[in-house]
Design a protein around this ligand. Structure first.
Ligand code: AMP
Length: 283
């Protein structure tokens, strides 16, 4: 629970030449999280996972209070995945009373989630920075599901010259394609059924990209599929994987990704699919 204790444990392990891998999470863990843990275990000597529902990345109207929390279940799951340490500070440990320092990032933190969730990425960057101080690791692992978050963290690590490698792990999905998310527990049974359309739409978009359909057409087909299931769309755009700028024409050489944020009932979900950048024939 204690930042200084955590830091001392990790520094003493580092002095023995051990490679440390770190997975920041907000708990309510599922197989998406443990895939990050497993990758870290495979690549590092010691793995540390944090469980911290970070208040500064939630907007005032968002679900900070309701966010699912189950420390015992998380502890037992992590114990089965060879995690050496769990860092589970309380809010005051990470944000002592009177604390008012925040990290602000331009560029990748501005569009999409940055516009729709003002302050969100400042909260993410601030907590990742502080967690890395408490858990000074060689590598930190993030999921590709939160694509923009990875770009924001990479930008911070680059600009502040933090001595850590940022690793990106593939999205883990349920059997019907829905990306695993702690927020899926909010979905009713019928919402859960409708939500599988999100990945079906993304897969169709990737196929249409390979077939060379116009960008507007590919995006419109996704919007139509989601709307048919009464899923409200925040955005559904094909963008450059790094700049997040909209792409105007299909080019097999442009690294592209389809980003979606939408609401199924009152639950907000995000997902994405990388669009193949090879020659058309390999699509
Ligand atoms: P969270 O607890 O939602 O903050 O997520 C902690 C980390 O797990 C982040 O790096 C997420 O991108 C990652 N993550 C969440 N869901 C998945 C998933 N379905 N597959 C892979 N990584 C995930």
């Amino acid at each position: 629970h204690d930042r200084n204790v955590m830091r001392e444990l990790i520094l003493s392990s580092r002095t023995m030449g051990r490679r440390i891998g770190f997975i920041p999470t907000m708990g309510s863990l599922h197989a998406g999280h443990t895939s990050l843990v497993d990758q870290a275990v495979a690549e590092c000597n010691d793995v540390v996972t944090s469980i911290f529902v970070n208040p500064s990345q939630f907007g005032p109207q968002e679900d900070f209070e309701q966010y699912p929390r189950d420390f015992d279940a998380d502890f037992n799951l992590l114990a089965r995945h060879d995690v050496r340490w769990i860092f589970a500070p309380d809010v005051h440990e990470m944000y002592p009373p009177g604390d008012s320092t925040r990290i602000e990032i331009d560029g990748p933190a501005e569009p999409y989630e940055g516009t729709l969730r003002p302050g969100h990425f400042s909260g993410v960057a601030t907590i990742v920075f502080r967690l890395l101080q408490a858990a000074p690791s060689h590598a930190v692992y993030f999921g590709a599901k939160d694509w923009q978050q990875v770009l924001v963290v990479r930008k911070m690590v680059h600009d502040l010259k933090l001595d850590v490698e940022v690793m990106t792990c593939p999205t883990v999905r349920d059997t019907d394609g829905l990306a695993l998310s702690s927020r899926n527990t909010y979905l009713s049974e019928s919402e859960r059924n409708r939500a599988q359309t999100i990945y079906a739409a993304l897969e169709q978009a990737a196929q249409n990209w390979c077939r060379g359909l116009a960008i507007d057409t590919i995006e419109q087909k996704v919007r139509d599929m989601l709307s048919a299931k009464e899923i409200q769309i925040d955005y559904a755009d094909i963008v450059h994987t790094e700049s997040l700028k909209k792409i105007s024409e299909v080019s097999q050489n442009t690294p592209a990704i389809f980003l979606i944020a939408c609401r199924v009932g009152s639950t907000r979900l995000i997902d994405n699919i990388l669009l193949p950048s090879q020659a058309l024939s390999s699509c």
